[in-house]
Design a protein around this ligand. Structure first.
Ligand SMILES: NC(=O)c1ccc[n+]([C@@H]2O[C@H](COP(=O)([O-])OP(=O)(O)OC[C@H]3O[C@@H](n4cnc5c(N)ncnc54)[C@H](O)[C@@H]3O)[C@@H](O)[C@H]2O)c1
Length: 401
């Protein structure tokens, strides 16, 4: 059985390495640099060890490619490409369209196409199937299924094997084949009645997080205005053994999923005349947190940040990963600069970002912790500036939310 995974990023490479225990996997990516590094056994994704990648390559079970013709003898093709927002914050399916083009142009026998990219309900039925058919050189009846990805890069307790996986095919044959495929490397498969339910479930999971993060971010502001500790209050609420789930405040949400996926749900809701009030408001609250943080820092420093050297500690969107997509640090830096601060940042996990390099963790007037990697020493953060504002709740002794 030959499997092609289109897109060798966080999702695609992770799946490839698990699937390559049982299937011959071709990792197709249109980024030549990524493909070259992968074929040399160098993983660019946290949680995918280079040694394991080398092992799969050596066993002849994995290779990466940019060449469309290398996918032509596949039995299964999994789509794992980005689904970002356009400039107008609308769903951008252009990467999925391009993946469908690869399938249409290079595969001329019936296969199983599985989508793992996150998108709105109806994407498999109304976008992917028609797109593959449009690009196919001859009329072919492929099978189509969806199995939204739940990987959490950098996490070690849950992985492809022990994270339950939702799936559904457009036909019962597609569902059965999809189950066969994933059951090789996933212990718990949950079939739902339609692809639309699977697509919606994925969006709702991330919307649940987005809305709760917005709620706790708003609550942090309420707690501060009341002069009580947000963290102590949350810990107290969390002693209730049922009906409460603890979320923690932050400078905003980042990553490819939480700031983006709910907007896919909102867009499709509004298209169908349904409200998405909560989702839209949650997005605003989370985006506004960066401004709130900078205003708090300014208020503590005489109301003026002009000419102050400010060191932003941690620019990745979450701890222990190098991913900076949609990071809250970007808005924090923007607001600091708009108030006249001279901003540099320290993040050895990220290293280089937007043409700038990680600065030394020392010598600033003000330090603001946006993301706390495990490797960064708390004492060094506290010594890096006379005033330290921590948005993570992890640096004891610093000012905070
Ligand atoms: N990163 C996560 O934690 C996560 C978790 C669950 C779901 N998802 C979803 O999975 C999908 C993929 O996300 P990701 O984080 O893996 O993205 P990514 O940016 O890490 O990787 C995507 C890869 O696809 C490649 N690519 C783009 N267009 C291509 C094309 N037409 N043909 C071949 N390769 C192409 C890019 O070069 C890149 O290497 C998205 O829909 C995302 O929302 C991501």
């Amino acid at each position: 059985m030959k499997v092609t995974i289109i897109g060798q990023g966080y999702v695609g490479l992770t799946i490839s390495i698990f699937a390559a225990q049982f299937f011959e996997v071709v990792g197709f990516d249109n980024n030549e640099g990524v493909v070259d590094r992968l074929n040399h056994g160098n993983s660019h994704i946290e949680g995918v060890e280079s040694d394991l990648l080398k092992k799969r390559i050596k066993a002849g079970m994995y290779r990466a490619t940019t060449r469309g013709k290398d996918v032509s003898n596949s039995d299964i093709v999994v789509i794992a490409v980005p689904t970002p927002l356009t400039k107008n914050r609308q769903p951008d399916l252009s990467f999925i369209d391009s993946a469908c083009k690869t399938i249409g142009q290079y595969i001329s026998h019936p296969i199983l196409v599985i989508n793992e990219s996150t998108s709105f309900p109806g994407t498999l039925r109304n976008f992917i199937k028609p797109a593959v058919e449009k690009y196919s050189l001859t009329k072919i009846e492929h099978m189509y299924a969806i199995s939204p990805e739940r990987v959490d890069p950098g996490r070690s307790d849950y992985n492809q094997k022990n994270t339950p996986r939702i799936f559904s095919g457009l036909t019962s044959d597609a569902s059965a084949k999809t189950k066969d495929f994933y059951s090789k490397f996933c212990d718990n498969l949950v079939e739902v009645s339609s692809p639309e339910v699977a697509e919606a479930a994925k969006l709702f999971e991330n919307t649940f997080r987005q809305v709760n993060i917005a709620l706790v971010n708003e609550f942090a502001q309420i707690a501060h205005s009341l002069g009580i500790s947000v963290y102590e209050t949350l810990d107290a609420a969390n002693t209730k053994p049922y009906g409460f789930m603890k979320f923690t405040p932050s400078a905003g949400v980042g990553g490819h999923c939480i700031p983006v996926d709910p907007t896919y749900l909102a867009a499709v809701a509004e298209e169908h005349g349904a409200p998405a009030t909560f989702i839209r408001r949650a997005n605003e609250v989370n985006l506004d947190m960066s401004k709130y943080v900078v205003n708090r820092i300014a208020a503590d420093n005489g109301g003026n940040l002009k000419g102050k050297s400010v060191l932003v500690v941690g620019v990745a969107y979450k701890p222990n990963v190098a991913d900076v997509r949609e990071t809250a640090a970007e808005l924090v830096i923007e607001h600091l600069r708009s108030q006249g601060a001279a901003v540099s940042w320290h993040d050895d996990v990220v290293g280089n970002w937007k043409g700038e390099s990680s600065a030394l963790l020392q010598g600033a007037d003000i330090a603001v912790v946006v993301t706390k990697h495990d490797s960064v020493d708390e004492k060094k953060i506290l010594a890096s500036a006379p005033y330290v504002f921590d948005t993570t709740g992890k640096v004891k002794g610093a000012k905070g939310l």
